[in-house]
Design a protein around this ligand. Structure first.
Ligand code: ADE
Length: 343
């Protein structure tokens, strides 16, 4: 896939793409960042050790499904270390010159955050290697036999990068994140409830007891989705002149097509197509994407992680397959080979 090709997204993912409200709700202090305990502890050690030695922290890669707080962590690392944060993304760096310009404009100690780093093309990625490893930029001047390389010394910087597709990160690139490669996990329901209470305070809504539980149950264990649902339930309560209670949450999310497990219409469509067109699978990603008229990337990054987490699908060497629980959720009778798994 070329780096310029836009990734088509489906409705809930589109609706929960980062927005200005996201920034308003984003924790700006380390102590307000809920969950991801192990990542936070590791980052703290990395940051403190570097600061005691008087050097910038080493390069770090965050990976995991969208909306779990990768960008927020980058902001917090910058704040904690008192350094400038420069933000860009894989698709925004189209040419080697774009990266060269970003790197040569860094000041000593700056933190560069590259989001969606899996979408950097190979040639650009290769320019990044010596920059990360030895702090130099190799620039080729001219073409053919007269071409020559000049080397520019870069200021010492820290690269923080994020990806939703860690399998697309080549091993040479991965190995250059000498500070660590950290996976962000889905949040627990308790953590999401805590995040929702904090968000409700910030946007100034009175959330009745029990409302946060109903949102958390349907939030894909993802803060960004939870906050999006909170805002939609708040709108619903406002327009209907009611309280923001458990019942309002259920009504507003039903209106958005979110079911009691938090599945979106596109998740259910995926399960239905697997059941009805492919006998429950296994089915390959490409075939499934074509049957759904959906981008492979969207299925892999958005739908699959949550369906796997809920145990509704499994990944096998021959493709994706429905589990007995998926049939149960769809109200369908599972094929004979799966029936015993429900007993
Ligand atoms: N908003 C988004 N992610 C969050 C987190 N981990 N903690 C608190 N608020 C958040």
């Amino acid at each position: 896939m070329s780096s310029k090709k836009p990734v088509v997204k489906n409705s809930i993912e589109e609706a929960t793409a980062p927005s200005h409200l996201d920034r308003e709700l984003r924790p700006s202090r380390w102590e307000d960042y809920i969950g991801q305990k192990s990542v936070k502890e590791n980052l703290n050690i990395l940051i403190r050790a570097a600061s005691e030695r008087g050097v910038p922290p080493e390069h770090v890669l965050f990976y995991g499904p969208p909306g779990l707080g990768k960008t927020t962590l980058a902001h917090l690392v910058a704040k904690e270390t008192g350094r400038n944060l420069k933000i860009t993304s894989g698709p925004a760096i189209e040419r080697v010159g774009d990266l060269a310009s970003i790197l040569t404009n860094l000041a000593a100690g700056d933190i560069l955050f590259i989001d969606e780093i899996h979408r950097l093309n190979k040639t650009i990625e290769e320019v990044l290697y010596p920059a990360m490893e030895s702090g130099v930029l190799d620039i080729i001047i001219g073409k053919g036999p007269s071409a020559r390389t000049i080397q520019l010394e870069l200021p010492a910087f820290t690269l923080l990068a994020a990806t939703t597709r860690v399998a697309m990160i080549s091993s040479p690139l991965r190995s250059r994140f000498s500070g660590g490669v950290f996976r962000l996990d889905f949040y627990t329901e308790d953590e999401i409830e805590e995040i929702l209470r904090r968000s409700a305070r910030i946007i100034g809504v009175d959330m009745e007891k029990g409302a946060e539980k109903e949102i958390a149950k349907r939030s894909r264990f993802t803060p960004r989705t939870a906050n999006y649902f909170l805002k939609r339930a708040r709108d619903f309560a406002q327009v209907e002149g009611g309280k923001l209670d458990a019942e309002t949450v259920m009504k507003s999310l039903k209106l958005l097509g979110i079911d009691d497990k938090g599945l979106s219409p596109s998740d259910r469509q995926l399960l239905l197509v697997m059941a009805d067109k492919f006998g429950g699978g296994p089915v390959g990603l490409g075939t499934l994407a074509a049957a759904l008229s959906e981008e492979e990337a969207t299925i892999e990054e958005f739908n699959e992680p949550y369906l796997l987490q809920l145990g509704l699908i499994e990944r096998t060497t021959r493709g994706r397959a429905l589990t007995a629980h998926a049939y149960e959720h769809l109200g369908k009778t599972p094929p004979k080979n799966l029936q015993k798994k429900l007993l």
